[in-house]
Design a protein around this ligand. Structure first.
Ligand code: GLN
Length: 483
């Protein structure tokens, strides 16, 4: 297993050049992609150009950022100047952004080696990456299963070691659920911690960009690089960012951990419940005190989300009209052109959400649905506020099941929506959430543990996650087909 620090050491000690590292990863991508299909576009020229710049820096004796020369993949809903950005939608098939997102610009400036743009559910709507308008990505642990979603391409690429770290976005679980399905670490930061300038909007009151890594430390290093105030995103918080590396400790003495009672109910796989219970015993052995916590309104998260997210999506996606971006269908009138373009360009799930959201925002139903959902959202936030008065970090399974088979849930949207039952309330409350591996089921599929922190307490998530990870071997396992 290769971590950021190991590669950094190899570069600094001149054991390998950045070009050699980039070439190795590009070769690995070429070998594995026919089966995993994590990527929508590869960017070998950009990767090698970045690597050459890093090698020149080393030759000049300049100091190197930890991410310099590190192969990284980007979810394809992050705008990259001069590189196609499709959001896995046919409507943006030919879209090449004229500008760069803040987070990817930061990574380019630090010398990170961008190897490509990863697959997702169209416009980040989905939990399996099967809603991509292009192809389905496989789970590296079992190629007949989904990698989760919507950031399934990023999670699969990290699990298959096609890159070291990756960026995803999380509106209702899209980083944590695929991290759980693919056996890697994924973090959704506090709302406002990371700039979303250049992230294609899905549901703006929920969307956050966050890191994937094979270790907690790698995820922390990537978050450190992308977090921070950005005047170009009015929702970004103007606060100092702590040095997360200081919190990667191994003892949990004095820490209070709450187990969310309601996440152990109906629909939870036995094997997932057992793995999470064992993880709790381990956290206790590391010095934490464990206490059961009730968040009674947690269960309203899913219906609340499926009103708020589609409402916001219906507004955000109005811009794809064939005039300004992407494809355009010829027609005799303007209205016909809009209609034909949108009918052809959007997939079924995106259309379903636009219709749902248009309905819930319509004059006659706004109060009954949208306004009510916003009120319930406040109640859910209150449950968390109360919980954090008595504990530091909350724990739950990340997802009720391990990775399901491709095709298993595509005909039943409701069962697909249920895989985000435990991640969605965290977005509604704007809190940070992290998923990390806590075991494997009988078929060798990874199980994820979700840690939820209070606002801006990513430090505590890293602390608990690192201590747990270092006391287990889960992160050292690799999917056998990638060897
Ligand atoms: N699966 C959820 C949805 O379909 C969450 C997606 C996300 O976080 N982008 O909306």
């Amino acid at each position: 297993m290769t971590s950021i620090r190991q590669l950094h050491q190899q570069l600094v000690n001149k054991e390998k050049t950045a070009v050699e590292i980039a070439t190795e990863f590009l070769a690995r991508i070429e070998a594995l992609e026919p089966q995993v299909k994590s990527f929508l576009h590869l960017t070998p020229d950009l990767a090698l150009a970045q690597a050459r710049k890093v090698d020149e820096k080393i030759a000049r004796g300049e100091s190197l950022h930890l991410l310099a020369g590190i192969p990284i993949a980007l979810k394809d809903n992050l705008c990259t100047k001069g590189i196609p950005t499709t959001c896995a939608s046919r409507i943006l098939e030919n879209f090449v952004p004229p500008y760069e997102s803040t987070v990817t610009q930061k990574l380019r400036d630090l010398g990170a080696v961008i190897v490509g743009k990863t697959n997702l559910d169209e416009f980040a709507m989905g939990s399996s990456t099967e809603n991509s308008g292009y192809h389905v990505t496989a789970n590296p642990w079992d190629l007949s299963r989904v990698p989760g979603g919507s950031s399934g391409g990023s999670a699969a690429a990290v699990a298959a070691q096609e890159c070291v770290v990756a960026l995803g976005s999380d509106t209702g679980g899209s980083i944590r659920q695929p991290a759980s399905f693919c056996g890697v670490v994924g973090l959704k930061p506090t709302y406002g911690l990371v700039s979303r300038f250049g992230l294609v909007a899905y549901a703006s009151s929920l969307d956050q960009i966050g890191p994937f890594g094979r270790t907690v430390e790698d995820a922390a290093i990537l978050l450190q690089a992308i977090a921070g105030y950005d005047p170009q995103d009015s929702t970004s918080l103007n606060l100092p960012i702590p040095d997360y590396s200081q919190f990667l400790k191994t003892s949990l003495k004095g820490l209070k951990i709450g187990v969310i009672k309601e996440t152990f109910g109906e629909g939870l796989d036995q094997v997932v419940a057992e793995a999470v219970n064992q993880a709790l015993a381990q956290l206790k052995a590391l010095g934490a005190t464990i206490k059961e916590i009730s968040c009674p309104r947690f269960r309203y998260g899913l219906p609340t989300y499926y009103i708020i997210a589609p409402s916001e999506a219906s507004a955000n996606l109005a811009r794809y009209d064939g005039v300004k971006y992407g494809i355009r269908e010829d027609a005799d009138s303007l209205i016909d052109m809009y209609t034909k373009t949108r009918a052809k360009g959007f997939g079924a799930e995106v259309k379903r959400r636009i219709m749902l959201g248009t309905y819930t925002l319509s004059a006659g139903y706004y109060d009954a649905y949208y306004l009510k959902a916003q009120k319930v959202r406040t109640l859910i936030k209150e449950d968390f506020d109360r919980a954090f008065q008595s504990v530091d970090v909350l724990v739950s399974p990340t997802s009720p099941t391990t990775a399901f088979k491709a095709g298993e849930k595509t005909a039943d949207p409701l069962s697909m929506y249920l895989s985000d039952l435990m991640t969605i309330p965290v977005n509604l409350a704007g809190l940070p959430g992290l998923s990390l591996p806590c075991g494997f089921d009988g078929q060798g599929l990874p199980i994820g543990l979700q840690l939820v922190g209070n606002v801006l307490r990513e430090d505590q998530l890293f602390h608990v996650a690192h201590a747990y990870e270092q006391s287990t071997d889960w992160h050292k396992r690799q999917p056998s087909f990638t060897n």
